[in-house]
Design a protein around this ligand. Sequence first.
Ligand code: SF4
Length: 523
Amino acid sequence: MQLTLWTYEGPPHVGAMRVATAMRDVHYVLHAPQGDTYADLLFTMIERRDQRPPVTYTTFQARDLGGDTAELFKTTVRDAVTRHQPAALLVGASCTAELIQDDPGGLAATLQLPLPVIPLELPAYQRKENWGAAETLYRLVRGLAGLPPAQYVRPPRPAERAPRANILGPMALGFRHRDDLREVRELLALLGIEVNVVAPLDAHAADLARIPEADFNVVMYPELAGTLADWLARQWQQPRTRQVPIGLGATADFITELATLAGVDPAPALQRIDARARWFARSVDSTYLTGKRVFIFGDACHAVAAARVAAREIGFTVAGLGTYSREQARELREAAALYGVEPLITDDYLEVERHIAALQPDLVLGTQMERHIAKRLGLPCAVISAPVHVQDFPARHAPQMGLEGANVMFDAWVLPLMMGLEEHLLAMFRDDFEFSPQAAPSHLGATAPSSSNLGASAPAPLPAPAPASNEPSWAVEAERELHKIPFFVRGKARRNTERFARDRGVALITVETLYDAKAHFSA
Ligand code: SF4
């Protein structure tokens, strides 16, 4: 048992729903208790889809448990097929239905339906949403494309035919998947690579059966399409990409990788890498961004990519890096080692909150959860990964991948920060009513966190843990002096001074202690 208030990922059947909903003619019959239809709202409200997901629930109730739930499942399958006429059917169970062990796959087989039926085994108590999505995509393609003949050897591409790739991974409820796909398509077009199938987004069941015809696979999101791509590599001898094109450096590496797989020259495409973000990050206005400490958390693919952009393309210092994707923990650990930080692998948002509070970064890049945490701690924040709320399914084109993705990220990450000039004004004119330490970034206007959130007038900007008996306390003058420090570095100054005092057994922090600590930490 684990006490949980927020969860980064839903149960695995939500992952299966994301695959079915992305596709055109696949239906999903889900053995589930009454009430599980809540998941429909994720698609109709957060992603604002104009149709209900293609999912039929058995919605059994307590009184059904005394009767024949297996018969209820079979009737539901028959009715769903008659009504929706899908080209392929997924069947599976949600968490509660898993406990009653009705075996959806076996029951559906007894109906001898005139269409492919793919049973899903999604262990709801061990696995989560992204794993469920990856498993469903793999099972569907395996069921529809089948296995190659024995001793299969992929024939070489005829010289007169252009190279052909599948694009795997974009799906319903994916963070910026719609727009990332457009960017990836453009990168493939630059290299003269044709798209064979995009899956699962907007694909038909018949398209999945054609996947083995491509020369190689482009894996947009490893946590969603990695399982399928690895199977295709083993069985159908289709190589796959490893590089995720988020950030300019990563996009250049992606182009080189694609060119190698396709046997074409990457040079003309590489010359086109001239996103505005590159110049913006070098322009003198961005000098004040250098060395700002950033904490990054999300799914592994976005967190690792964001760390590279932050450190190598904008000049931030990566102060913390973590993920909730346990399946991708190895990749994250490798990235954390590059930046000399401890990897944080957890799906407990309270642990993430403690980590952020201790680090006191200048900027948080995370999910919707970190947005809430940063708001509570009065820290600037931008969203880089799912889970996200409705505002991160924007109407405008807002990719993370490719050249335009780099532009979008640069704007989104810099926006929450105080602008350079204002930072100086704050330090110089701290009694000014407009540029006072109590003021939020003025370019954020009324939408900025309020001054009380920022801890400007309150003595402590952080919800400090209950003071232990050996915690130093603050003299009134010292507290007043602390408040002369601009709010965006005040939390860090407070913590450093308290640490300094604790290490030396100082019980009362005076103005002198504050300056001693400053001298100590800036030495
Ligand atoms: S079956 Fe699972 S997803 Fe559905 S309500 Fe119960 S715990 Fe939630």
